[in-house]
Design a protein around this ligand. Sequence first.
Ligand code: GLU
Length: 305
Amino acid sequence: MKLRKTAAVAVAVLALTATACGGKEGSAGDKKAQKPGESGAPQLPTYTVAKDVALDSPTFKEAKKRGKLVIGSKADQPYLGFEDQSTKKRSGFDVEIAKMIAADLGFTADQIEWKTVDSGVRETAISKGQVDYYVGTYTINDKRKKQVGFAGPYYLAGADLLVRKDETAITGKDAVKGKKVCSIKGSTPLEEISKPEYGAKTTELAKYSDCVQQLLTKQVDAVTTDDAILKGYAADNPTKLKVIGSPFTKEPYGIGMDKDDKALRDAINDSLDKHIKDGTYKKIYDATLGLSASEYKAPPALERY
Ligand code: GLU
C-alpha cells in the first residue's frame, strides 16, 4: 500500500514536471511542441466579420467585386505561415493575423484565397496586384517601401542562427567564419550574413524548409533568418536542432500591399490597433507562435504614414 502511494506521488510529480516544461520548451527540450489547433493547445479566437464596409481603396473595391480576398503568405514556416500538405489547411500567427484583418474588411474565412509567395518574389507579387495583401514574416524597410506599402509593424523579430543540436563551434554571428550558412533569396538575413565581416560561405535557396533540410543532412552548418521562424523549425525537430538565441538584427513585421493604397493601409492599421487593444492579438499569439519557444512580447508601436 505504502509503495503504491509513493509510486502515485512520483507519477504526479512527473506529470507536473512535464506540464511545467511543456509548450514553451520547443528548441531547449527534447519534447515536441503542440501545434496550433491541436487539442489541449490554447484556443484560437473567432473573428467577427464586419458588415457594410465601405473603403475608398482600389484593392478593396476590386476584391469586393470578385467576392474574394487574395492573401499572400508563406506555406513552410510552422507556427507562422504553414500549409498542411494533406489537408491544405493553413495555420500560424501570420495566417490568423491575415484572417483577423479580412474579417474587419468584411470577408469570411471562406472568401479568402491563399497564395503562397516566397520571400524572393514578394515585391513583384504585390506590385503586380497578384495578392491584395501579404502577411508572411515580411520586414518593413525603406528599400522595400519604394515598391510596396506597409501596415504595422505587428511583431518584432531578429535574425538568429539555427544549428544542429550537437554543434559547439557556432556560438553566434561572430563564429560563422568559413562556415556554410544557408538562407533564402530576397531575405534581409541573407543580406546581413553576406556582409564580408562575417566571412560566412552562403548557400542561397528559395525556401527556408529547404535550408533546414540541408542542415539536417549536413550539407550546411547553419541556417539564418528570423528567430521566430527558426524557433518553429527547432520546435518541430527538438532532438536534432537548436536556435542560438542571440538575435543580431531588428526585423519589424509589416503587412505588405499596394504602395499607393493609403485607404487600405489605414484600414489594416486600424484593425491591428483595435485587436492589439482588445486582446485578440495576444490570443492569436498564444495559440500559434507562443507554442514554439518564442516568448510573448508586446507588439511595437504602429508606424502610420
Ligand atoms: N523578415 C525577413 C525578411 O522579410 C526574413 C524572413 C523572410 O524571408 O520572410 O526578409
